[in-house]
Ligand binder design. Structure first.
Ligand code: NAD
Length: 493
């Protein structure tokens, strides 16, 4: 069994307290994880402040941007050289297939470091000459300085990618990053720490603390007044707890949270594309992507056709084959999550609906029966206030319901406290542009799902998030704007 330690200010640290990480594929233990103590978190934060903003400017924070970029470029290259280890780590922790981890996680996450370093060069400053009251001449210009220590708290669904989206912009802008990976997926972040340990990043610029949320590393980090800002992805309830903790000391937050996303399938939609797209949007990564579709609203004239086709697809999805080289799904991340999704599936009959596909836990007759698998499930016939229609499952589940006109479709999509994403399926480009701004979400896909430039803005409405991330927005969040104003003497009025 692997042993995963904390990486604090350039040193690997064991803890008197450990926990066992088990495989969601077969339930077997795969790693002993050292849970960071409050003292370790304190050391990470203290050293992080020294090297980022310090009492004066820190070693990393005052380094010229181009020199920081060179270090981050090199780090990205080192990560790419370890990409198979990163893939192996995420496959072990999540039970997903190699095809998925290689195509959507490993190299994609490693490349983010180079991408963020390059994006930082495009952050132009502003300046203006002006005449002040009393007739004096002045000029101002803006700069961006590091914020200090950024707490990076990530979920388990796409472990390395989610963490890289936080750590890369934090580092390139001159901050110290303290990574707190999910307790369910500690492995790939540990490989990231190994690579950073060998890179030219000064000690303390990056630390990693393992553990849980409440009463553990997560809370030690959010309650530490030396952390200047938090970038978090996870459940809405956790986001709310982190926002409360951050309010103590007026620290900033950027929160990417849950969703209950709707696909709107109009009467003119190209059904082959819809079925291919909704198959991915509902079931990819076993439904454990924040953008996943859990509600499909279909124009009544195409409803039966769509239900029939998505049901056939759902019944045929390959489950639990790590070597399968194409669309397939693995297990849910843990037994606890399997219980949560199964409980929600069980509400379907109670609330008056039925399953067209799935609805339970698959039986394999082999070691996978010790894992956390769930069937891809399509439910129909539920009222809009049913628990299955309202609550985020974060699993491979879809409820399908008909609509009669455009306004009704939009109203149904908006009938949720969340506001993350939608997919609009129509061949009418005018309708697509008309409907998209009326759906209260941060990201609307037209005739597609998750074709995504990772530097594009990622915003959210309602319980799906606070603050924006992605590309320039993440770089701005990870830096403090400053205006420098000077008086010009002898200038022409
Ligand atoms: P989670 O909120 O349970 O945990 C996320 C992280 O927060 C973990 O590292 C956890 O240890 C830590 N944590 C938990 N409680 C904490 C506390 N009180 N203080 C500090 N840290 C704490 O989320 P999860 O179950 O890992 O992930 C699934 C959720 O993430 C889903 O709701 C999903 O929609 C959401 N998600 C959102 C996005 C997005 O971009 N909007 C992307 C991926 C996942």
């Amino acid at each position: 069994m692997r042993e995963l330690k904390n990486y604090i200010a350039g040193r690997w640290m064991a803890s008197p307290k450990t926990f066992t990480k088990t495989s969601p594929f077969d339930g077997k233990p795969i790693a002993t994880v050292h849970e960071a103590t409050a003292e370790m978190v304190d050391e990470a934060v203290t050293k992080g402040r020294d090297v980022s903003v310090g009492k004066c400017a820190g070693e990393w924070g005052r380094k010229p941007l181009k020199e920081r970029i060179a270090v981050i470029h090199d780090l990205g290259d080192r990560l790419l050289a370890r990409v198979e280890d990163l893939v192996e780590a995420d496959v072990a922790d999540t039970g997903r297939s190699y095809w998925q981890a290689r195509t959507f996680d490993g190299a994609r996450a490693a490349r983010l470091f180079r991408a963020y370093a390059d994006a930082a060069l495009t952050l132009e400053e502003r300046s203006m000459a002006f005449q002040g009251e009393g007739g004096f001449q002045g000029m101002w210009y803006t700069t961006r300085r590091p914020k200090g220590v950024i707490g990076c708290i990530s979920p388990w669904n796409v472990p390395l990618l989610m963490m890289s989206m936080k750590v890369a912009p934090a580092l390139v802008m001159g901050n110290a990053a303290i990574a707190k990976p999910s307790e369910e997926t500690p492995s790939s972040c540990t490989v990231l720490a190994e690579v950073i340990a060998e890179s030219d990043l000064p000690d303390g610029v990056f630390s990693m603390v393992h553990g849980f949320g409440v009463g553990s590393a997560g809370e030690f980090l959010t309650s530490h007044q030396g952390v200047d800002a938090f970038t978090f992805t996870g459940e809405s309830g956790t986001g709310s707890a982190i926002m409360k903790a951050a309010a103590n000391g007026l620290r900033e937050v950027s929160l990417e949270l849950g969703g209950k996303n709707a696909a709107l399938i109009f009467d003119d939609a190209e059904m082959d594309r819809v079925v291919e797209g909704v198959t991915r949007s509902a079931f990819f990564n076993c439904g454990q992507i924040c953008f996943c579709t859990e509600r499909a609203y279909v124009h009544r004239t195409r409803y039966d056709e769509f239900v029939g086709r998505i049901t056939d697809v759902a019944k045929g999805i390959v489950i639990g084959d790590k070597g399968h080289n194409g669309f397939n799904i693995g297990p849910l991340v843990s037994k606890g999550h399997q219980d949560k999704v199964k409980d929600l599936l069980d509400t379907v009959a109670e609330d008056g609906g039925e399953f067209a596909a799935g609805g339970g836990i698959p039986a394999f007759g082999d070691e996978r029966d010790g894992g956390s698998f769930i069937q891809p499930s399509v439910a129909v016939g539920l009222p809009e206030d049913a628990r299955f229609v309202k609550q985020e499952a974060f699993g491979p589940v879809l409820h399908v319901a008909p609509f009669d006109d455009e306004d009704q479709a939009i109203a149904l999509a908006n009938d949720t406290g969340y506001g993350l994403a939608t997919c609009i399926w129509t061949e009418n480009i005018n309708r697509a542009h008309r409907v998209a701004p009326q759906v209260r979400v941060g990201h609307a896909w037209v005739n597609s799902w998750q074709i995504r430039d990772l530097l594009s803005p990622l915003a959210a409405a309602g319980a799906s998030g606070v603050g924006d991330q992605g590309g320039r927005l993440s770089l701005e969040f990870c830096s403090q704007p400053q205006t420098v104003t000077l008086r010009l003497f002898g200038a022409n009025p």
